[in-house]
Design a protein around this ligand. Sequence first.
Ligand SMILES: Nc1ncnc2c1ncn2[C@@H]1O[C@H](COP(=O)(O)OP(=O)(O)OP(=O)(O)O)[C@@H](O)[C@H]1O
Ligand SMILES: [Mg+2]
Length: 323
Amino acid sequence: MEAISDLAVHATGLTKRFGSTLALDGLDLAVPAGTVYGFLGPNGAGKTTTLRILATLLRPDAGTARVLGHDVVREPEAVRARISLTGQFACLDEDLTARENLRILARLVGNRGRAAHARAQELLDAFNLADVTDRPVKTWSGGMRRRLDLAASLITTPDLLFLDEPSTGLDPASRLQVWDTVQALADAGTTVLLTTQYLDEADRLASRIAVIDHGRVIAEGTPGELKAETGAGHLHIQLASPGQGEQAQAALAHLLDLPVHPDTEPGSLSVAGPAADQAALAVAHLECNGIPVAAFALARPSLDEVFLALTARIQDSSKEHAA
Ligand SMILES: Nc1ncnc2c1ncn2[C@@H]1O[C@H](COP(=O)(O)OP(=O)(O)OP(=O)(O)O)[C@@H](O)[C@H]1O
Ligand SMILES: [Mg+2]
């Protein structure tokens, strides 16, 4: 585990209630500095609420959070000086052009005349917005607005960037562009805390991920650790004799007590969810029972499978509590 001083974000027991809704229920978070950290969860899990507390826009009811070493409640100015937040919903002046929006923002953070103009132009080029620069923002598509919004949050290079669903609503090419930008920022030393509902995005960008549900962290680790922990995944088996498919299916179902499905190719089967030792046992069992195996592979689960497995586990346990 990192020393506390190496953490860009260190939150313990964050709690936030809106009326009768418990949005955060004792959330703990430790984000190592200099990494891209993924914050994953279904709608209403508490992702935006957490980012708003960390960005000093909202006070927690209980718990503490330090951002880059500063307490978010007691030293909000010190936090604000070093962070940037791109919200879930773009906030731009609709009647102004992209260039005007960016120049105003550049001036707000202290760039004067020529410098503000230069920074605006750099960002317009980086985000491929040069073509539409001089049209008012209200005439733009949602994806273009998102790109401008992200550009706007990079007027200064922050030490810590909060990105709330940066690629929601973007076409595939624009998503890749956003991913490249995030990666480039991280390579240059900015810590990025990214919320997303796209597991491929977290898998691609984040070195660690916290999965949250109902205002709590339900799992945390590297994408690889999360995949290994839930142990889902598939064992694919290709039999030497395609005619033995049914016999193999029955033998495996009996041995593993897991669902076994024939794949489209004759004599090939897949088993959902075996651990590595079970998979090895299954292959050996077929061989020993006169069902030779031509090839097999144990595919690791996708993060989607991991996510569904984790959130389903929580629902099961809350049912048990209720019972
Ligand atoms: N200002 C508010 N007033 C009342 N309830 C709120 C407010 N902000 C958030 N909530 C509630 O708190 C819970 C957590 O909301 P939050 O926006 O943090 O979720 P989220 O994980 O960002 O969801 P999404 O994926 O939909 O963006 C939800 O039940 C939401 O309705
Ligand atoms: Mg949100």
